[in-house]
Design a protein around this ligand. Structure first.
Ligand code: PLP
Length: 377
């Protein structure tokens, strides 16, 4: 049986968790949380990074910090995870869904401007599969119309746009360390930003509306309730797991990349013949091998492909049902312009098994099964 995903374990995770236990420090913002934040600062060149309980929560923080008001609008692709939209909907915002580019499945940067109106407050680009959106274009539009940019970089930790780490380009960047992502802590995430003026508000929001972070730094002698807040800090046990993963990032990247490249080389013949489509990586993007997907001719062929692979004990998975077609999507948002690609392309897409422990032998079983499926047609 070849699983679709298995959470990575690289070796030191349990030692670090044990260390956290022995340190008698299990709640948030201890040594391991600090080490994880420092890693993001050093490696990804972000000025600030706050570890959070999930990417969903990082997005909620980002949405809150944009100051978006009820009735105002945020622009995002419809082809994304629900959390991108939920974060803004919780603030009473409406979602303007824009079509994706069929080559990367990212928001079509050329359709954003047409979705802007006097209520628009923010853009939330999603770096699907760890492949960058066209950020120069998006940032230029945001600057021109004075909009905030919240990058959903859940899948894009340690992926780059023209040498800049994804998540560090917009006003806010949101990472996920959920066990289905590249580097993991069970459930977890991070909020990244570069603006000094955001630090205090972000820390207060994360610490139940108190200035506790300042207190710990010795900047105030007691902490009090200063603003709206929640609890977005993860336990040290989770941070300890994550720190082991971040230390082993090269090992994780190398293994994922070798599987990604293997799929790409061994499915090239089918792609060249136009039988399937494979991911496209624009010149400006350095991806992180988060995901490998193929596109079948249509939804019927995809359904048959998934069940054929299943019969060979291979788990593959399709992805998002476009948000604008869901009940909540209709209630909280609307699609701008024509849905030329979002529905059609999402119905063709199948994700192949991809995880740290997946061997090239397993990957070969997968590509062979795909060849067998198409041979019989
Ligand atoms: C995984 C994912 C999320 C949610 O991450 P959590 O850490 O599980 O909250 C949000 N957006 C995208 C694009 C994702 O892939």
């Amino acid at each position: 049986m070849i699983d679709f995903n298995r959470p990575a374990f690289t070796g030191k995770e349990t030692d670090y968790i044990k260390q956290a236990v022995m340190n008698h420090k299990l709640c948030g913002d201890g040594e391991f949380t600090k080490k994880c934040s420092q890693w993001m600062k050093d490696k990804l060149k972000t000025k600030y990074s706050l570890l959070t309980t999930s990417c969903t929560h990082a997005l909620e923080m980002g949405a809150y910090l944009t100051d978006i008001q009820p009735g105002e609008e945020v622009i995002m692709p419809s082809y994304t995870f629900v959390s991108t939209a939920d974060a803004f909907v919780l603030r009473g915002a409406r979602v303007a869904f824009v079509d994706v580019r069929p080559d990367t499945m990212n928001i079509d940067e050329n359709l954003i401007e047409a979705a802007i109106n006097e209520k628009t407050r923010a853009i939330a680009p999603v770096h699907y599969a760890g492949v960058a959106c066209d950020m120069d274009k998006i940032m230029e539009i945001a600057k021109h119309y004075n909009l905030k940019v919240v990058e959903d970089a859940a899948q894009a930790v340690n992926a780059y746009y023209k040498g800049k780490a994804l998540g560090t380009i917009g006003d806010f960047g949101c990472f996920s360390f959920h066990e289905t992502k590249n580097y993991i802590m069970g459930e977890g995430g991070a909020l990244l930003f570069q603006d000094d003026e955001m630090l205090e508000r972000a820390e207060v929001l994360r610490e139940k509306g108190t200035d506790r972070s300042k207190f710990f730094r010795g900047q105030v002698d007691k902490y009090t309730w200063v603003d709206f807040g929640s609890s977005y800090l993860p336990s040290e046990l989770n941070a300890a797991y994550l720190y082991a993963q971040l230390e082993a990032c090269d090992k994780i990247d190398e293994r994922r990349m070798s599987v990604w490249n293997f799929y790409n080389e061994n499915l090239k013949d089918l792609a060249d013949k136009g039988i399937i489509e494979v991911p496209f990586i624009p010149d400006y993007a350095k991806h992180n091998a988060h995901m490998y997907y193929i596109k079948a001719k249509n939804i019927e062929e995809r359904t048959e492909l998934i069940s054929y692979l299943r019969s060979k004990d291979i788990c593959s998975a399709f992805h998002y049902v476009p948000l604008h077609s869901a009940a909540a999507g209709r209630k909280f948002g609307y699609f701008v312009g024509e849905d030329k690609y979002t529905t059609k392309e999402s119905e063709r897409l199948t994700r192949l098994p991809m995880y740290y422990d997946l061997t090239l032998e397993d990957a070969a079983t997968v590509t062979q099964a795909i060849h067998d499926f198409y041979k019989g047609r």
